[in-house]
Ligand binder design. Structure first.
Ligand code: SF4
Length: 492
């Protein structure tokens, strides 16, 4: 039986969190926002939503489960979202169930008017705040922690929207990039350590007041709407865009930035420029560094598609070994596929990948992938490559071993299910069935990002899923920083 089904989640990857997009002062704002969300589809595939603001100050919303194209292809839907400003959100559920009431942007009517909020990331003290707010009489409509922002803004004693938002942000802990829209401004904010990305773009106009302005998770969403990249929103910065153009507020003082290093390895789209660095080039440099660190004699370098491709190119160029597409990915498997009976489920990885026998048979193969999470997919891919006649299979991984879970807005398995948390590299090689296995070192990864290595006293990035060095307290998990430290050390 052939059936339409939602995209198959790959349960052997860390999952991107969410994508946010906001637009101010642009004709057809909702249509452009749908395009922006489409470019950010890789950051969340479970649901999408847009809230627009018309020139009379009325908000209009449409949200739905599924992909952007499933929800915003119909011209009637876009026509029902009039106005020159909009915010949008792609959701991959990191908190809360997947019900429609959790689909963002969330919207609420306050004494000062309406406010729509879309958020990417995860608050690490949301449960505690939620309990306090419920005890104070706040009625929550959803289970997403984004609603915590809404209630904190509602009960704030400050008068302006921006001051209320700052008041709310000072009470939350966690990693977030958010966009908010009220009838006087589009607002963007990043957490004080800048863990999650947010960029500012500009759409035409000579003077700032005439221009259109865009806030987006990644630069690829600027490209698609024809906006030019202006700059990254800085860690801890609030950008308020109103009829005079953007202005910047920095209420948190200066902190060492701890941007998510996994954005470079896997999450961000390869054509995006992240924190001033092109992702595609960075991935090639990581692959080259990996080749220098753990070279092995082989006939061919084969990426695990798609995300392993740039690192494999860098590896092959550095090692002087031919690069070949020895594994072909079926891009349509997630949309239409045979109903998953047990028999079909057992075919597993073959739904998505197939070996290109002509490039593999009789050869010593280096497989390059971006990460090993549970290891289940890696094992099946190695089996497939061996079945296609490979003489040897070596695996090289362009991230260090993922030994810890992420609490900052990335969907990861609990720590006990991470293969690298329970096994040495040699044990992992035996389980996966490769002749050799190597991961890039943490210092090597930092070198590929243009640093001398990891400065353990002042790391430049969040790398907690490789180190357990959680820069933002995990209050909901562990209560307080001391308890967090002792429990993490106990679990080493
Ligand atoms: S723990 Fe890992 S995935 Fe999560 S924010 Fe930090 S680097 Fe990114």
């Amino acid at each position: 039986m052939i059936s339409l089904a939602p995209a198959l989640p790959d349960d052997d990857k860390f999952h991107e969190e969410c994508g946010v997009f906001g637009l101010w002062n642009a004709k057809d704002a909702a249509a452009l926002t749908a395009l922006g969300l489409h470019a950010l589809q890789h950051r969340g595939q479970e649901a999408a939503g847009i809230v627009s603001l018309n020139d009379g100050g009325t908000f209009h919303a449409h949200r739905g489960r599924g992909l952007v194209g499933d929800n915003f292809s119909d011209a009637k839907v876009i026509a029902a979202l009039p106005g020159h400003a909009a915010v949008g959100h792609n959701r991959y559920a990191t908190t809360g169930e997947t019900a429609l009431r959790n689909v963002q942007p969330l919207f609420a009517d306050f004494a000062f008017g309406g406010l729509a909020v879309a958020h990417n990331g995860n608050l690490t003290n949301a449960h505690g705040l939620r309990r306090t707010l419920v005890n104070r009489g706040c009625l929550f409509q959803s289970t997403t922690d984004t609603e915590v922002f809404i209630h904190l803004i509602a009960i704030s004693l400050y008068s302006t929207v921006v001051d209320r938002l700052i008041d709310a942000l000072k009470q939350v802990q966690g990693a977030y990039s958010l966009v908010a829209l009220h009838d006087g401004a589009l607002i963007g904010a990043r957490d004080p350590l800048g863990v999650r990305p947010l960029v500012l773009g500009r759409l035409g106009g000579e003077a700032d007041a005439e221009a259109g302005w865009v806030l987006a998770s990644e630069t690829c969403a600027l490209e698609i709407v024809g906006a030019e990249f202006v700059r990254d929103v800085e860690p801890g910065e609030i950008v308020v865009i109103d009829r005079d153009g953007p202005r910047s507020i920095k209420p948190f003082g200066r902190h060492q930035s701890r941007f998510c290093i996994f954005e470079y390895i896997y999450f961000a789209r390869p054509d995006s420029i992240v924190e001033g660095t092109p992702v595609y080039e960075t991935r090639k440099r990581i692959g080259a560094e990996l080749a220098r660190e753990s070279g092995v004699a082989a006939d061919v370098v084969v990426p695990v598609p798609d995300s392993g491709v740039p690192a494999a190119m860098g590896y092959a160029a550095e090692a002087g070994i031919p690069f070949e597409l020895g594994i072909i990915r079926n891009h349509y498997v997630g949309r239409t596929f045979i109903e998953p009976t047990d028999q079909i489920r057992n075919l597993g990885v073959k739904l998505k990948h197939s070996a290109n026998r002509a490039m593999i048979e009789g050869k010593r193969v280096i497989l390059v992938d971006d990460s090993i999470v549970r290891g289940t997919t890696s094992r099946k891919i190695v089996e497939m490559v061996r079945a296609a006649g490979a003489a040897e299979v070596h695996m090289r991984v362009s991230s260090p071993p993922t030994t810890h879970s992420c609490y900052y807005g990335i969907d990861t398995p609990e720590r006990g299910k991470l293969m690298a948390a329970r096994n040495s590299v040699e044990e992992m090689a035996a389980i996966i069935g490769v002749d050799s296995l190597a991961f890039i070192s943490l210092d090597g990864l930092y070198r590929a990002l243009g640093r001398p290595g990891r400065d353990t006293a002042k790391p430049a990035y969040c790398d907690a899923c490789f180190t357990g060095d959680y820069a933002i307290p995990l209050t909901d998990q562990f209560g307080n920083a001391e308890r967090q430290l002792s429990l993490l050390q106990a679990s080493e």
